[in-house]
Design a protein around this ligand. Structure first.
Ligand SMILES: [Cu+2]
Length: 141
């Protein structure tokens, strides 16, 4: 095998690798939420949860929807729910119907509330009223 052939083989191999990388990059927008691609699955899918995260930057953008995660949060009626403020600002957790109201949760701290109401309870932050989410309080037997 002369050096010309080796160069040719190396070039073909390099092109094949580049092609694979390009195909992978092109597929990312098609499967952005697939964990098999190494991306985190979005946290706002419906699941049973008694901990709700206020993520970093939760109030930064008035159009953003990931203010409290998960959203909706499905909980057992009468259970204790913890809100964990991972942001750098104070936030409140205030039910629109007044059934619960955590006045202030400071950064890097948690507060809890017992969910007494049944069904979908919308809540918000009084400081940043565009921060909104839903708790689904279900009766389970
Ligand atoms: Cu807030």
């Amino acid at each position: 095998m002369n050096s010309g052939m080796i160069k040719l083989l190396a070039t073909v191999l390099a092109m094949a690798i580049v092609q694979q990388i390009l195909i992978f990059i092109l597929l990312i927008p098609i499967f952005p939420n697939q964990s098999s691609f190494g991306f985190s699955v979005k946290a706002n899918r419906i699941k049973v949860s008694n901990e709700i995260i206020i993520p970093f930057g939760a109030s930064y953008h008035q159009l953003q929807k990931d203010n409290y995660l998960p959203n909706p949060a499905v909980v057992k009626n009468g259970s204790i729910v913890t809100w964990n403020n991972q942001d750098i600002l104070d936030h409140t957790v205030t039910a629109d119907d007044g059934s619960f109201d955590i006045q202030i949760i400071h950064p890097s701290s948690s507060r809890t509330s017992v969910i007494e109401a049944i069904g979908n309870i919308t809540y918000h932050c009084k400081i940043h009223p565009w921060m909104r989410a839903v708790i689904r309080s279900e009766i389970t037997h």
